[in-house]
Design a protein around this ligand. Structure first.
Ligand code: ADP
Ligand code: ZN
Length: 607
């Protein structure tokens, strides 16, 4: 079994070795065992059921919640020469009958089926006639009411085990938290299955949090500097802001498309389709966008507004760099984000218990944003992986932040809050501390206060960071109904008395200093004009082949495969076949034409 699996991996999929737990999972499921697979996005979950489905007699049945993406998955498999199809409501009656016939006469290896369809008596009956090799339940967290992706149809999937007790089941998800995991095991009746939990680290993603100044221009600078031609996602909190940012990027010459629940479904689908099939598109979206997007070369995920929780942040940033090449998770964050998140929580009408949970989640997120330590350590320890070493691939590792004893500054800030009556926002308080005698301040007589002008040793941006951190630490609170006025919490008294130490991170907000360039993306790894030229030629060829077939370019070859062609310049089919990502089927279909382009581009360059 093991060698058969490896042969399939090499010949059909074109990859030299299994990764992580893949080989173990494939062995276990091929031998008929049930499994729950917890692996981060991009970890390589698909192979864990595709290969056992090919090894076992009969048809692999894959349950997948997103109709829009089934076609892509099936297209990708067909490129590899795998006999795959899908059954969902987008098919016409004759098309569906054709697939059903293929299932009955055994001319298919893998069939993707929408959950609501699978559990119909008609479909279950069909399955009895076609010998299922296994059931793969993708995005298995959809069975849990805990998450945002709950799908009631998933609850009915327990019927599979009842009707086909001897067919192995493999449930897969990238959602790691405890409650979701136990929900999956219980609701799908998988208590006796083996659990394969991979590390949730995504080493190729570089995490960064920038202080928020002018978020749109900061975003544009980031894109110009690091992703001038790459595809990526920009997340914003509201529809209005999505529209605004998309328009802004377009006026700056980027192809940016909006995506949010307020657009009509046709438009949403068109925008998503373009994001998948064209190159270099920036999707500006609310969190409505992204579940199941398996475009491998999303090179960055930017958050212009802070996400609601670390779980959400991990999911959203996880859409970057599925292909394993370097990718960026970049966020701007400021006091306004804290105020927004707090008011979202307040408006939630929550019970005392829920409130406490939400508050803990918010604190975890703020802790991540404010940490002077390795961000990956903070993120992973939140998911229970506590022993990760500093990563060397986050802003804090790359440019260690200074921490300083902020007790005196905190006392000044808190005293400004107290003396002005616990109702002014940070901007006003900072003016008081800096001794700016504005009309408003004079109007309230606050230029007469003892705290007026006592804070000139820090710049405005530095005071902003102080206030933000005091709120994040819980010494100050925001009156979200009263226009963001600050007031003191109990612990503030301890700070005023000097009993509570206050360690602050020095402001990350240094607009003049450019962030160091991140690791090169595939396109940047071209180290000569000749490389660059060939890279562009290969991309153009890939795009035209993809257009002819109406599939996304990455279904033909991934960026990493093209980049490897550039570096190795294979001169014949054997050399080409050694490049990861080129299996027998793709070699046959595309080998000659890619070799021709490589040879011709070399000649032109030599001229
Ligand atoms: P997931 O579903 O876990 O997000 P995928 O199954 O889509 O991840 O795999 C992510 C990427 O990694 C894909 O481009 C896939 O082709 C690639 N991949 C998976 N397994 C291997 C492997 N053993 N060697 C090389 N690449 C792999
Ligand atoms: Zn780090």
């Amino acid at each position: 079994m093991a060698t058969a699996a490896l042969t399939l991996l090499r010949e059909t999929f074109g990859y030299p070795e299994f990764r992580g737990y893949q080989a173990d999972i494939i062995r276990h499921v091929s031998e008929g065992g049930d499994a729950l697979v917890l692996m981060p996005t991009g970890g390589g979950k698909s192979l864990c059921y595709q290969i056992p489905a090919l090894l076992r007699p009969g048809i692999g049945i894959v349950v997948s919640p997103l109709i829009a993406l089934m076609k892509d998955q099936v297209d990708a498999l067909r490129q590899l020469g795998v006999r795959a199809a899908y059954l969902n409501s987008s098919l016409s009656l004759p098309e569906a009958s054709e697939v059903e016939r293929g299932m009955r006469d055994g001319s298919l290896d893998l069939v993707y089926i929408a959950p609501e369809r699978l559990v119909t008596p008609r479909c279950l009956d069909l399955l009895t006639k076609c010998k299922p090799a296994l059931f793969a339940i993708d995005e298995a967290h959809c069975v849990s009411q805990w998450g945002h992706d709950f799908r009631p149809e998933y609850l009915k999937l327990s019927v599979l085990h009842e009707q086909f007790p001897t067919v192995p089941r493999i449930a897969l998800t990238a959602t790691a938290d405890g409650p979701t995991r136990s929900d999956i095991l219980e609701r799908l009746g998988l208590q006796n299955s083996r659990i394969f939990a991979a590390s949730f680290d995504r080493p190729n993603i570089r995490y960064r949090v920038a202080g928020k100044n002018e978020p749109k221009s900061q975003l544009f600078e980031f894109l110009q500097a690091e992703h001038p031609t790459d595809a990526g996602i920009v997340y914003c909190l509201s529809r209005k802001r999505v529209e605004e940012v998309a328009t802004f990027l377009c006026t700056k010459g980027r192809v940016a498309l909006p995506y949010h629940a307020g657009l009509d479904p046709g438009m949403r689908e068109r925008n998503q389709d373009r994001f998948l099939k064209d190159e270099g598109i920036v999707m500006v979206a609310t969190i409505a966008f992204g579940m199941g997007i398996d475009k491998p070369n999303v090179r960055f995920v930017a958050h212009l507004d802070a996400p609601k929780t670390l779980e959400a942040y991990y999911q959203e940033t996880g859409r970057a760099g599925r292909d394993g090449l370097p990718a960026n998770a970049w966020m701007t964050y400021g006091m306004a984000d804290i105020v927004t998140l707090l008011s979202l929580m307040e408006s939630g009408n929550l019970s005392e218990r829920q409130r406490r949970i939400e508050r803990q989640k918010l604190d975890a997120l703020l802790g991540y944003c404010e940490t002077p330590k390795c961000r990956r350590q903070v993120l992973l320890s939140y998911f229970g992986e506590r022993d990760h070493p500093p990563c060397g691939n986050c802003d804090n590792c790359l440019r260690p932040v200074r921490v300083w004893d902020g007790l005196v500054a905190a006392q000044k800030a808190i005293s400004a809050v107290v003396r002005t009556g616990q109702r002014f926002g940070a901007a006003y308080l900072i003016d008081v501390l800096l001794g700016k005698a504005t009309e408003r301040i004079k109007g309230f007589g606050h230029d007469q206060l003892k705290t007026f002008g006592v804070g000139v040793e820090l710049r405005k941006e530095e005071w902003q960071a102080v206030f933000r951190q005091l709120v994040a630490m819980g010494h100050l609170a925001v009156d979200v109904e009263g226009h963001g006025g600050l007031y003191t919490n109990e612990s503030a008294t301890g700070v005023l008395r000097g009993q509570v130490p206050v360690t602050l991170r020095s402001d990350v907000n240094e607009p003049k200093r450019r962030e160091k360039r991140s690791l090169p993306a595939a396109a940047d790894a071209m180290n000569s004009p000749e490389d660059e030229k060939l890279w562009q030629a290969l991309r153009a060829l890939r795009l035209s082949l993809a257009r002819e077939q109406g599939v996304p370019p990455y279904v033909i070859f991934h960026d990493a495969t093209l980049a490897d062609m550039v570096h190795r310049r294979p001169g014949n089919l054997i050399a080409l076949s050694e490049i990861p990502g080129i299996g027998a089927s793709k070699l046959k279909r595309y080998g000659d034409i890619f070799l021709k382009t490589i040879a011709e581009t070399a000649v032109e360059t030599a001229d």
